[in-house]
Write a protein that binds this ligand. Sequence first.
Ligand code: IMP
Length: 232
Amino acid sequence: MRLEGDSSSLGGVVCLSAIERDAPALFGARAYDRVSDRIAIAVPRKRERMAGTTVAARKVLIRRTEIEKRVRAVARQITRDFKGERVHLIGVLKGACIFLSDLVREIDLESSIDFIAVSSYGRGKESSGQVRVLKDLDSSIAGLNVILVEDILDTGLTLSYLLRVLRQRRPKTLRVAALLDKPSRRLKPVEANYVGFKIPNEFVVGYGLDYAERYRNLKDVYVLQLPQDGTH
Ligand code: IMP
């Protein structure tokens, strides 16, 4: 990606020229659908190089050590809640894959995993509210203690759709674990039973979360600043 401007010209903000605008195919991803066609990533005071990229992030919102601690705490809670039983974790691709991988290894119960992939948003910048299943579960969840694992709970449109679909399949219990929760963005009245961190209305990347398929590999959670609409 080509960089436009420099940090001094924009008060510490580097604008990334939107090749995005010229290449909508590249930004079919959900993250792009909901943001403006320009993004900016502010340069940190002390330039921080994110693993695997040359782009500087504005700030680390949640450090990897805090994430590890919370994941362990959530896993302990799940272990207590389902003592003596089996749990079946369903990760919502792709964002939840890293959270699920860490979470399941901390759960001290008989466990199994599966994944489901959904596309939540249409081609516009705003959520269409229409959710489609792109990859369904591999096996039945009837009679199982299902924990749906999400990377982030935002408007709640995806989660409310998934809960409706999964309830129809008669699990014994159905709970939700979300690493992040942006309660201020909610459009549907859904909540997670297990939440890693409540965060403000910021667009975040890292630890599985992407912007146009990038940054999932970062070990910390970072904020991306999206200047045109102030939020995303
Ligand atoms: P919801 O249907 O609006 O709750 O959207 C949930 C999905 O939107 C998440 O699973 C993410 O894939 C995506 N999403 C929402 N907020 C962010 C963010 O800040 N960074 C990256 N992806 C996000």
